[in-house]
Design a protein around this ligand. Structure first.
Ligand SMILES: Nc1ncnc2c1ncn2[C@@H]1O[C@H](COP(=O)(O)OP(=O)(O)OP(=O)(O)O)[C@@H](O)[C@H]1O
Length: 228
């Protein structure tokens, strides 16, 4: 599903953000990416999305070697990978319904399907009845649910969550983790970068730890393992 083959990334300023990374993530896995600040987690995620071009090695996403993928084909890749961020990134002038519908409109989904699928996805993330609310009328946890709904509405095989609980209190964070677990159980591969020790330790999922751009640990049932 996702494979890094001897991947290195050196930024123009000389920083070696990824250093000969080899890793394989299978379909349906739930994987945490942990590591100290500056370890290379964001660079790893950006390499999957082709937001950064790696210096050497190959990145394979959903059976497609994206290393040499033409710029014009990158939007096609992005449809295979839903993304959720710490800061939600919802469109403030659109309702919950419109935020999600918009993601379907840009892929050319017929309105009939949009009208059917948006309520279904709102139910999945526990937001039935909130379709007409604007983002600023929702709690942080609810906004993150909208963001998750938007990220999976086009059924991507992979969901990347970059610190999705970073702005949320512990209880709300767990509500978000339940939603992500439900999505994972439906078959979506999930890759989540996090600094949240409690979540990593309790979830008992695969943990890949990056340090200085290298894989320091890769445990099938791992722990957070840092003091920060
Ligand atoms: N666009 C860039 N240009 C130059 N150096 C960069 C760039 N982006 C990141 N870096 C450097 O690459 C290294 C890895 O950064 P990265 O953001 O991948 O780490 P991270 O593990 O996500 O950190 P954090 O937990 O703080 O988000 C750091 O030394 C960082 O300063």
């Amino acid at each position: 599903m996702i494979e890094f083959q001897n991947v290195s990334k050196k930024y123009d300023n000389g920083v070696q953000a990824l250093d000969r990374v080899n890793v394989k993530i299978d379909k349906g896995e739930f994987v945490f990416i942990v590591g100290p600040s500056g370890a290379g987690k964001s660079t790893f995620i950006k390499a999957v999305l082709k937001e950064v071009n790696v210096t050497t090695g190959n990145v394979v996403v959903d059976d497609m070697d994206i290393t040499k993928l033409h710029r014009r084909r990158v939007p096609y890749l992005r449809r295979k990978v839903g993304v959720v961020f710490q800061d939600f990134r919802l469109l403030p002038n659109k309702t919950v319904y419109e935020n999600i519908a918009f993601a379907m409109e840009i892929t050319g989904t017929p309105h009939r399907n949009i009208r059917k699928q948006v309520p279904m996805i709102l139910a999945l993330v526990g937001l039935t009845g909130k379709g007409n609310f604007y983002p600023n009328q929702l709690s942080g946890g609810e906004q993150q649910r909208v963001s998750i709904a938007r990220s999976i509405i086009n059924n991507p095989p992979i969901l990347i969550a970059d610190e999705p609980t970073g702005n949320l209190d512990p209880d709300t964070s767990w509500e978000i983790m339940k939603v992500l677990r439900t999505i994972n159980r439906r078959g979506t591969t999930i890759l989540m970068a996090t600094h949240d020790r409690e979540i990593v330790d309790i979830m008992k999922k695969r943990v890949i730890a990056l340090e200085n751009g290298q894989i320091a640990r890769d445990d099938k049932v791992g722990v957070y393992g840092y003091d920060d």
